[in-house]
Structure formats: C-alpha cells, structure tokens
Design a protein around this ligand. Sequence first.
Ligand code: NDP
Ligand code: MG
Length: 398
Amino acid sequence: MSQSVCILGATGSIGQSTLKILAQHSQEYSVFAVTAQSRLAELVEICKQYRPRFAVVPSSKVDELRQLLVAEQLADIEILADEAGLIAVASHSDVDVVMAAIVGAAGLLPTLAAVKAGKRVLLANKEALVMSGDIMMQAALDHHATLLPVDSEHNAIFQCLPQNYFQAERNGQPKLGVSNILLTASGGPFLNHSLEQLHSVTPAQACKHPNWSMGQKISVDSATLMNKGLELIEACHLFSIEEHFVTVVVHPQSIIHSMVQYVDGSTLAQMGNPDMCTPIAHALAWPERIQTHVPALNVFTHSQLNFVEPDTTRFPALQLARQAMKVGGTTPAILNAANEIAVDAFLKQKIGFMQIPAIVEQTLNQLAHQAANNLDVILQADAEARAIAQQLVTNKGS
Ligand code: NDP
Ligand code: MG
C-alpha cells in the first residue's frame, strides 16, 4: 500500500524537493496534505499535480485559495487554516509520513503534533528541535515516532552511526564506540571575507550560497554560520551528545556532508553531490533506498577536499549557539527567536549583517534562562526574546 505523506511547507525549497521525489515514486507515495504561507500560486500548481486531500494556508488566504482551486476544478480539496489546520493535517490518522519543512519557530507545534501522533517525521525544520529539543525527543520516544533527520549533515551522521545507536541509553555520551562527530560547514558565501567587508554585505549576496539553493532565512543563517550553530544544537538532541563531542569543520566543497569518529581510529564520512533530494529520499525510504535524479559523485572531479577550522571572530554566531547549548534550558529558544528577528530585519535592510549576531548576543544577555521543562515556558521565552530583539532592531535602525 502506498504511504500517505503530509508536507508542511510544501511551497518552500525542501517542500518542492520532496514533491519532486514523490513524483518519481508515485506508486509508493501519495500526497495527503500540503501547506503554504504566502505562495498561493505555487500551492495551486502543487494541488494540480498532486491532488492532495487537504491544503492549509493562513485564514486570511482561505477565500483566495478557494477561488483559485475552484477555477482549476479542484474544489474537492479541503482547505484548512492557520496553526490548527497545520496541526490537524500533521497528526491526521490517515497520514503515515510528515515532512516538517516549515521554516522557523512557526513549525514547532505542527512538528510536535506529528511526533505525538507517532508519525514517521522527516525533520528539516531545525528551529523546532533547537527550541524544544528535550521535549521533542522525549515525545518521539513516548509516542513511538520515527524522527529522521533531513538536514544533510545530520542525515549524513545518521548514515554513519551504528544501526543500533538509537536503542542505546540517551545520556549525553557518544555510545557504541562513537567518540566524536565532525559537523561539516561550507562556510557560506563570505568564507573569505574580511571583518570589514562583512559589515557591508547585502541580503542578495548573503542569499547566494555557493553550493546549495535554499530558502532566504537558512541562506542568511549559512552566511553568518548561525546555521551551523543551530545544527550543533540539533545534533546534540538528535544523537544525545553533549556539545563538546561535536567539532565543526569548514569544508567549502560540501561533498562530505559530515563524519563520525570511532574509538578505534576510524572516521566514517557520507559523501555525495550537494542536493537535498539525497537526504530527503534517504529519510523517506529508510531503511531502504530509493532512486533520485542526483547523479553519483564523480570523485575524479573532486580531487581536492579542504578542511579548516571556523573563524569565530568573523562568525561569532557559532560560538553563541555552542554556549547556548551548554547553558541549556530556554537559552537555545532565546537564541533562535532573536536570530529569526535579526535575520528578518537584515533581509529588510533594517540592520547590517554583523548586527545579526550582535542582536542575538544582546538578547541572550538581557533574558535570564530557565529550565525548559514544558512548552509554555519555551513559547514564553520565544515571545520575550522576539520583543527584545525587535526593540534592538528599532534602536539600531534609527
Ligand atoms: P523556504 O523559505 O524555502 O520554505 C519555507 C516554507 O515554510 C514555505 O512553504 C513557506 O510558505 C512556509 N512558511 C513560512 N513561514 C510560515 C509560517 N509562519 N507558517 C506556516 N508556514 C510557513 O525554506 P526552506 O525550504 O529552505 O527551509 C525549510 C526548513 O528546512 C528550515 O527550517 C530550514 O532550516 C530547513 N533546512 C533547509 C535546507 C535547504 O536546503 N533548503 C537544508 C536543511 C534544512 P510560503 O513559501 O508559501 O510562504
Ligand atoms: Mg544543513
């Protein structure tokens, strides 16, 4: 029987890559629900091609979507709205697989709903895990959800870990002979920029990633290295390790997607052309493998792979994230919220590039952290951090 897939964030970069794979395997997978925030035209195209049962948009867009669907003779697609609609499709009893590909904190509750409904959850939305790591991982255990990493680095690590790694105790220590994780980073578009140059880079330059084509927010995060900071936190939760077991390695070619080191001196790497279809297909089919259009790596054209340490003076965001993970509690949620506000302000040209980590740091300094033992505390910290960061943006912009 075919697997029924719900795609949260279907109109985005990850959503579209997921749909591309599903189209290639239409016998094995059907699209049950798709969601969008602003790109209605793209959503209608998706509905035309994939005929989902549900489409979810903000309530302000429901009427417009209904008209567009009627015009395409797609009136049978049921429209749901807002977070309640996202949660309803993510946890629907007819859904087998949920692709969590909404960007930012907006994805937290729908992703958690999918986990609590015991789904197979393909996790792209790293911010959800950064905010609520302990709660999300515990919910996955309690509700027998299968949480599979889509982020290319974490998917690579998952592929390099021993098969029974996830049955072992979750105690913050690497287990089954694993000694360390090497989390690779491309270094982003400004890898070789001086600090002075970084002060004047534009959003367009920041969004032009050398190896990957991604949404705007993650592109800016890649440029500041906050993306690697969020991924460091993501790795600690997914693989139940303390932050000092994760070493960040800048590898500009993005051919090795991360590595796992073992106590016997072995280092296992997962390699491939930088295309998100590979980790998405892996997570979708695991433990099996399915075909993608991604060509096999031609190693002869990649005779040089470089590895350098990250420069935390030019890219302070990485250190802020590592420190936030060390402190724990609500601190990663504060870091994430302040970063979302600062990135948005940078994209709108209200602040400069180097003000992004500065605003994150100042927000962290202004908010006391608390234990993150329930969702309300996390959402409260998120809201407070947003307010402070917004104020800092206003002060800087004026
Ligand atoms: P995009 O910006 O391309 O897509 C984001 C998706 O989320 C869109 O469908 C968008 O709708 C929807 N969305 C945005 N805001 C909201 C909201 N407030 N409520 C509901 N839906 C919303 O991002 P990406 O696909 O690049 O990234 C998605 C997630 O995957 C991020 O967390 C990112 O960090 C992660 N990721 C992405 C990778 C990549 O290569 N792109 C790699 C690894 C991880 P609309 O477009 O209609 O406005
Ligand atoms: Mg990544």
